[in-house]
Design a protein around this ligand. Structure first.
Ligand code: NAD
Length: 486
């Protein structure tokens, strides 16, 4: 059930929901209406200390719990998440604004991350080789790290926390989670369902707040590792500060994802794909398509169709199934985006579709409609910066070589996609493009949970991505044992 009454949220520490000792709170609006749906506490060091102490206390017996028993609790958690998936999607749309179908997709992706974590008994297995010398055997054993901290962004309130704590906990760690203070509501349900599944108290703790909580976690000597997902400057800061303090850190950062459209593509499917990738979830996805490099031969036909289709997209409250583009997260973000649209015009790009011109049925929401710039160049801010909104820049290129060279100039390298019917073009793109996640005729090439998820260049700070085998390696430390028995 969704409640719209104002409430001050609590932290979950050890075995119960408790008030934060911080005195400041932030209002949490529904971005579609501006209605205040919750009040989130900005917790402080004392709250972090209590959460870490609870996690540390729970660690020895949790780490000693047999791996299959840990996985069985995750199977129960999976069941509960599935049973409650409609409610979880509604909460996402209420606090984040994304269209309900996008929220349903997010719930599914989150569930898939928990499915991965149930494989811990397989994934944690080490290697062994008998007789590495006469009478001597060698083997590798994996152990949990201890207390792990997770810090998450506003744009996936379910999927991204679920990239982190289920796998970390399956590997025997205990966890302190700090979700975005802009979308804190869903975390409450995630924690309640977690304990309903039967996990021992203290294994998962939740501390609400902003940068003070992040700094408290970075400073805390009992936190062994930090998983972070968020914007580039903060990811860089978290990585540099955390590693300087001896922690293991994975910090997934911002993005500016490019697609190359080849003359031999399926035009209809390409246009549909770009529309979904650029304007779905209001462009507030780290894997959103923000730049298209279209090859001259097909550029006019592609642009005509793209603009015609984008004009049809309905903008409005994400709870209404007919709306495709929901609101942005905050008024302040909307203003920043409007600033970028003005900058694009001033820089000389051709504004073919202006998202400022929308009819708002709910004027208090933070709406910007689908926006398309043509004839963008790499010198322009709208080509370079992550705008994180339904704003698409199109550059025209003469060839695949030029498209790849241009794309590789971006400081970001999260995802990249090619639209083509040529295996040769696809192969060249795969081998030469600098991106962590590559799509061939796949609009949002976000990997399934059994593969690792991470970008390159300024889109990622760290060595091991989230999910997949990377995730298991990140959340465990190895011992190589060489043994001889007399
Ligand atoms: P954000 O960086 O503002 O916030 C992320 C987290 O950092 C939040 O929990 C926030 O409280 C905390 N934080 C914010 N400012 C801080 C500061 N100065 N010091 C310490 N902590 C701070 O990011 P956001 O706006 O919530 O999320 C959107 C960003 O996340 C985009 O840049 C997007 O590309 C990125 N993102 C990346 C991925 C990926 O996989 N690479 C996935 C999702 C989102």
């Amino acid at each position: 059930m969704i409640t719209s009454e104002l409430k001050v949220m609590k932290n979950f520490i050890g075995d119960q929901w408790v008030d934060s000792s911080g005195t400041e709170t932030n209002e949490v609006p529904n971005p579609a209406t501006g209605e205040i749906i919750a009040r989130v506490p900005l917790s402080n060091q004392e709250d972090v200390d209590r959460a870490v102490a609870a996690a540390k206390n729970a660690f020895p017996s949790w780490a000693a719990t047999p791996v299959p028993n840990r996985a069985r609790l995750l199977f129960k958690y999976l069941e509960l998440l599935r049973e409650n998936k409609d409610e979880l999607a509604e909460i996402i749309t209420m606090e984040n604004g994304k269209a309900i179908n996008d929220a349903r997709g997010e719930v599914q992706r989150g569930i898939e991350a928990v499915e991965l974590a149930t494989s811990a008994p397989n994934l944690m297995m080490g290697d062994a080789l008998p007789s590495i010398a006469t009478g001597i055997d060698g083997s590798i054993w994996r152990y949990p790290l201890g207390v792990v901290g997770g810090i998450t962004p506003f744009n996936f309130p379910m999927m991204i926390p679920l990239w982190m704590y289920p796998l970390a906990i399956a590997c025997g760690n205990t966890f302190v989670l700090k979700t975005s203070e802009r979308t804190p509501v869903l975390a409450e349900r995630l924690v309640d369902l977690f304990y309903e599944a039967g996990f021992p108290k203290g294994v998962l703790n939740l501390v609400h707040g902003g940068k003070d909580v992040v700094n408290g976690m970075l400073d805390h000597s009992d936190i062994a590792a930090i998983s972070f997902v968020g914007s580039e400057p903060v990811a860089r800061y978290v990585y540099q500060t955390g590693t300087a303090k001896g922690k293991r850190v994975q910090a997934l950062a911002g993005a500016k994802n490019h697609a190359i459209v080849m003359p031999d593509c399926n035009l209809e499917k390409t246009v549909q794909g770009v529309i979904g990738a650029a304007f779905g979830s209001s462009g507030e996805r780290c894997m959103a398509c923000s730049v298209v490099a279209v090859v001259d031969e097909i550029a006019d036909a592609f642009m005509d169709r793209l603009v015609a289709e984008a004009k049809k997209l309905k903008v409005g409250d994400g709870r209404d199934e007919s709306n495709f583009v929901g609101p942005l997260i905050r008024q302040s973000h909307k203003e920043k985006v409007l600033g970028y649209i003005a900058t694009g015009e001033a820089e000389g790009a051709d504004l073919l579709l202006d998202g400022r011109e929308i009819k708002e049925e709910t004027p208090d929401g933070y709406y910007v409609g689908a926006t398309i710039f043509d004839n963008v160049t790499p010198e322009m801010k709208i080509w370079q910066d992550e705008i994180f909104a339904p704003v698409l820049s199109v550059v025209r290129v003469s060839s695949l070589d030029e498209g790849i060279a241009l794309t590789n100039k971006s400081k970001f390298a999260n995802g990249a996609v090619i639209y083509t019917s040529s295996g040769k073009h696809a192969q060249q793109f795969r081998d030469q493009i600098d991106a962590g996640m590559v799509g061939v005729n796949v609009n949002v090439p976000a990997p399934m949970a059994f593969f690792a998820f991470a970008g390159n260049k300024s889109s990622f700070y760290g060595d091991l991505g989230t999910n997949g085998k990377d995730g298991v390696q990140f959340y465990t430390r190895k011992k190589v044992v060489t043994e001889r028995w007399f």
